[in-house]
Every structure is written in C-alpha cells, then in structure tokens.
Design a protein around this ligand. Structure first.
Ligand code: S3P
Length: 190
C-alpha cells in the first residue's frame, strides 16, 4: 500500500458466516470505534428484512441498495463497517471502500462456514435444496474479489478476540506506514 490512502475506517468484507459481525463488534470496542452493518442500514432504509427484499424486489434491487449505502459510507469516520457477503463482488464498491477504509477480508473454509450458518435461516442465498454446494460454488466464484482486500484473515483457528486483535494490529500498522509515507514525501518536497 504505497499510494495515498485515507484510513478513517475499517471495512470487514468476506463470505457469510466468516464472523464479520462478531469480529466487528469486538473490534469496535477494542478501538472505541462505532460499528455499522450494511445489511442493517439497508433494512432500515427499505423498511423490510433482507429476505423480504430478495423475495419481493429481487436480488438486483438489493444490490442497488448496497451500492447506494456504499457511496454514503465515504462520510463515515472511526467506524467499523461490516458488509454483506456479496458487496465487494462489485469492484466499484471495493474501490469506494478503499478510499476511506482499510479493507479486511475474513476468510474460512466452506466446511467451517457451513457449521456456522447451518442453524440460521435468514440468508436468502442459502435457502436452496443444497446449501453446502451453494456455499462452495459462491465462495469459489467470489474468491478473486475477496483477494482484492488489503488484508486477508482466516477466522477459523482464531478466537473472536484474537481475530479482533489481529485486525486492530494490521490497522495500526497500515496507519503508521501511511504516515511515514506522507512524511517521506513531504521531506522530499522540502
Ligand atoms: C449476502 C450476504 C448477506 C446479505 C445477503 C446477501 C451474500 O450478508 O447481505 O443475504 O450475497 O453473500 P452476510 O454476509 O452478513 O450474511
């Protein structure tokens, strides 16, 4: 990361069930940041649950909500932004997040993801006869997009607290690098 970046926030991206919400809350209290969740912001705006948006208006409408919300996130400061699992499949969304946040992708194997989501029923994309196959297919399809994140973190072998500490560490490191990069540029201009 050598170009000039503003790192006001941390955006957590990654597949459903990788721990974005839980790690996000732990991280927010560790850094004393605010926490927002793009799915919640969409539900407030639409006045209905994500599953109802998918059922009544379709996935394309849901993705439009996501794009709108992402634009508005640029104004945020000192915020942990937990994103819906498909949000960064649109490269415009990834680029926008990177303009104000360190983007951290949480990662887990399809098996670990299945263990975490199997007793939950609120995810429309997994309401299919073979959700495990869907997880494997979607994860493979999205992997190249998730790999565009600044930091990739496997949450499978880490406790919530360890994962949050690791993200906080990476964030401090990135900010330090950023300020030393700025200093070396200003002294080069002097
Ligand atoms: C989605 C993930 C969900 C939610 C929606 C679509 C996806 O968010 O945005 O159901 O495309 O992977 P979580 O990743 O928070 O479950």
């Amino acid at each position: 990361m050598t170009e000039k970046r503003l790192l006001h926030n941390i955006a957590l991206v990654g597949f459903m069930g990788t721990g974005k919400t839980s790690v996000g809350h732990a991280l927010a209290s560790l850094l004393r940041f605010r926490m927002v969740d793009t799915d919640e912001l969409i539900e407030w705006r639409a006045g209905k649950r994500i599953s109802v948006i998918f059922a009544q208006d379709g996935e394309p409408r849901f993705r439009e909500y996501e794009r709108q919300i992402v634009v508005e996130l640029r104004r945020y400061r000192r915020t942990i932004i937990s994103t819906g699992g498909g949000l960064v499949v649109d490269p415009v969304n990834m680029e926008s997040l990177k303009s104000h946040a360190l983007v951290v992708c949480l990662w887990a194997s399809p098996e670990a993801i299945w263990e975490r989501v199997r007793h939950q029923s609120h995810r429309p994309l997994l309401s299919t006869p073979d959700p495990q196959a869907k997880i494997r297919a979607l994860l493979a399809e999205r992997e190249p997009f998730y790999r565009q994140a600044d930091v990739l973190l496997n949450t499978e072998l880490r406790s919530l607290r360890e994962a949050a500490q690791q993200v906080a560490y990476q964030y401090r490191l990135a900010r330090e690098r950023q300020s030393s990069h700025e200093n070396s540029h200003s002294s080069a201009r002097d």
